[in-house]
Design a protein around this ligand. Structure first.
Ligand SMILES: C[S@@+](CC[C@H](N)C(=O)[O-])C[C@H]1O[C@@H](n2cnc3c(N)ncnc32)[C@H](O)[C@@H]1O
Length: 210
C-alpha cells in the first residue's frame, strides 16, 4: 500500500469514527438557546449533519456543506434544509464570486471537529449582525493522546480568540482536555457573536450566561 493510500484510509477511518456520533456536542447544546428559532444556520463540514439537524428541529433553515454528503441524503428533499457538496479547501471559498454561498450571510455558523485556517476570516465576515459563531475543534496538546496530530488540524493556544478579536464579542472560550465530550481530546471551543458594536458601531449587547 502506498503512503498516500494509507493516509486516505486513516482519514476515512477517523471520519467514520466521528460520524458514528449523532448527539449534539454539549458545547453547541449549551448555546443553542441564543440562536433565534427562525435563524439561517450554516453547518460547515457537516458530516452527518448532527448540529444542523438539531437547529432544523428548533425551527431554523439550515445549509449543510461538506465534500462528502453521503450522510445527508435523507435531507435532500427537506424544505428547510439545503445540502451542498463542495470542497472547502480549494483556492476559492464557497463565498467567493461564483461559489455556492456567494454573497450569503447566516445568523449562526457552526463548525465542529474541522479546521481549515484560510476559511476562518470569510466565515466571520459571513455572519449577519447579531449572528453567532459556534466553534469547537481539536487543539495543540491533542497530539499527545490521539489523532488528529497534524498541526494543520490543531488550533494553537488562543487562536480562536485571536481570530475573532475586534470582529466578534466573545461569550465563552475554553482550551483544555475534555474527558467527557462527544470525542475526548484536547479541544478549543468558542461562542462569539457579531454584535451591533462590531458591525455598525452601535450598542454592545449582553447575553445571559448558559
Ligand atoms: C470529523 S468530521 C466532523 C463532522 C461534523 N462537523 C460533526 O461534528 O459531526 C469532519 C468533516 O469534514 C469534512 N471535510 C474534510 N475535508 C473537507 C473539505 N476539504 N471540504 C469539505 N468538507 C471536508 C469531512 O467530509 C467530514 O464530514
Amino acid at each position: 500500500m502506498t503512503k498516500n493510500n494509507q493516509t486516505n484510509n486513516s482519514a476515512d477511518q477517523l471520519r467514520a469514527m466521528h460520524l458514528r456520533i449523532t448527539e449534539t456536542s454539549p458545547w453547541i447544546k449549551r448555546f443553542e438557546h441564543l440562536v433565534p428559532k427562525a435563524a439561517r444556520v450554516l453547518d460547515v463540514a457537516a458530516g452527518g449533519g448532527r448540529h444542523g439537524r438539531r437547529f432544523l428541529e428548533l425551527g431554523a433553515s439550515v445549509t449543510f456543506i461538506d465534500r462528502d454528503i453521503s450522510g445527508l441524503s435523507d435531507l435532500l428533499n427537506s424544505e428547510k434544509a439545503r445540502v451542498i457538496e463542495a470542497d472547502l479547501e480549494t483556492t476559492t471559498t464557497p463565498f467567493d464570486s461564483g461559489g455556492h454561498l456567494e454573497g450569503e450571510n447566516f445568523d449562526a455558523i457552526i463548525v465542529v471537529n474541522y479546521l481549515h485556517r484560510p476559511l476562518l476570516g470569510v466565515l466571520i465576515e459571513s455572519l449577519s449582525t447579531g449572528g453567532f459563531f459556534l466553534y469547537e475543534t481539536f487543539a495543540r496538546g491533542n497530539e499527545k493522546f490521539a489523532r488528529p496530530r497534524n498541526p494543520k488540524h490543531l488550533l494553537e493556544s488562543g487562536e480562536l480568540l485571536t481570530t475573532v478579536a475586534g470582529k466578534l464579542q466573545v461569550i465563552a472560550y475554553e482550551h483544555g482536555q475534555l474527558n467527557v465530550a462527544d470525542i475526548p481530546g484536547v479541544k478549543q471551543r468558542l461562542c462569539a457573536v457579531k454584535d451591533q458594536y462590531y458591525s455598525t458601531g452601535g450598542e454592545l449587547s449582553t447575553y445571559p450566561f448558559a
